[in-house]
Design a protein around this ligand. Structure first.
Ligand SMILES: C[S@@+](CC[C@H](N)C(=O)[O-])C[C@H]1O[C@@H](n2cnc3c(N)ncnc32)[C@H](O)[C@@H]1O
Length: 276
């Protein structure tokens, strides 16, 4: 995101990201500029400031301001069985392949508050594979992970999630998996038995295992091209031969030399299989 002399806004943004990186070791320098700029400016306004440089000054001296900016930059919107046709493709095309392994390791990267990981767990459970699977669900946002570890989601969302689940080919009633407690739907702990929620930053942390399936949806849309390449290298490095990769609707594998390492499993759902 190199700024130019006639783009002082861009320069201020660059300096802010450099400051956050050097002071706190958090690297947003490769994120896509347009959405980053919008979010940073929102924070400038909410802090009652006039400029991005003013925000840099605050952040350097007050980690609480950084915390607030982090919340703005980490968009945690998620759903159970989000894009049901993707989860349908997982059931129909991916699970039969996963079934051939004696043990299945799944990495749900950018899991947010856990709805996606629980959706994967339900699909594996219904296929009889959950017992011999382990789901590693990771995110850079500790607050989101803390929420995910509770295994409970807003009860008011259950109607939408039930429809998603059914459209994704769910064979039962979603309500079999949770009990209502106050405003929450508390999910059956059986689903989380082989699930680990852990902090992992796709920008700066390395691979930590070899996986049969990596699901990373709606995360890389916020990344610039170089960062996307970095993460795709990481994923290629983290998949077993013939391992599976699921991306979000608007995402693609790039650059072309990494894309060439995969074949589409269900092209329309951005579900891929490593060629070797
Ligand atoms: C929009 S949510 C997507 C959640 C879920 N995958 C889905 O599709 O519903 C994006 C998530 O990516 C996480 N994220 C963003 N940058 C990240 C990074 N560098 N490393 C790990 N997680 C990141 C955010 O914290 C957020 O929880």
């Amino acid at each position: 995101m190199p700024s130019t002399a006639d783009d002082p806004d861009g320069l201020e943004l660059e300096l802010l990201l450099e400051a956050v990186h050097r002071r706190y070791g958090l690297d947003f320098r490769g994120y896509a500029t347009a959405s980053l700029r919008r979010r940073v400016w929102r924070r400038v306004t909410l802090e009652g400031l006039q400029t991005v440089t003013g925000l840099t000054d605050r952040i350097l001296h007050d980690p609480r301001v950084l915390e607030r900016l982090l919340k703005d930059l980490s968009i945690n919107v998620t759903e159970m069985f989000r894009d049901p046709s993707f989860h349908g493709a997982l059931r129909e095309a991916a699970i039969p392949l996963l079934r051939t392994y004696p043990f299945v390791r799944v990495w749900n990267a950018g899991c947010s508050t856990g709805e996606e990981a629980y959706s994967l767990a339900i699909a594996l459970h219904e296929a009889g594979l959950l017992e011999r699977s382990r789901i590693y669900a990771t995110d850079m946002n500790e607050g989101a992970l803390a929420q995910a570890r509770t295994g409970s989601f807003p009860l008011e969302r259950m109607q939408v999630y039930t429809e998603n689940y059914q459209r994704a080919g769910g064979a039962r009633s979603l309500s079999e998996y949770y009990v209502a407690r106050g405003a929450s739907a508390v999910f059956d702990p059986m689903l989380a038995r082989n699930m680990v929620f852990a902090h992992h930053n796709l920008v700066s942390d390395r691979s930590f295992n070899e996986f049969h399936l990596i699901v990373c949806r709606n995360v890389m849309i916020y990344f610039g091209r170089e960062l996307q390449r970095h993460v795709h290298e990481l994923f290629l490095d983290s998949l077993v031969p013939l391992g599976l990769l699921g991306l979000g609707r608007k995402e693609a594998i790039q650059p072309p030399e990494i894309a060439a390492c995969y074949q589409p499993l269900v092209a329309s759902e951005k579900l891929f299989r490593r060629r070797t």
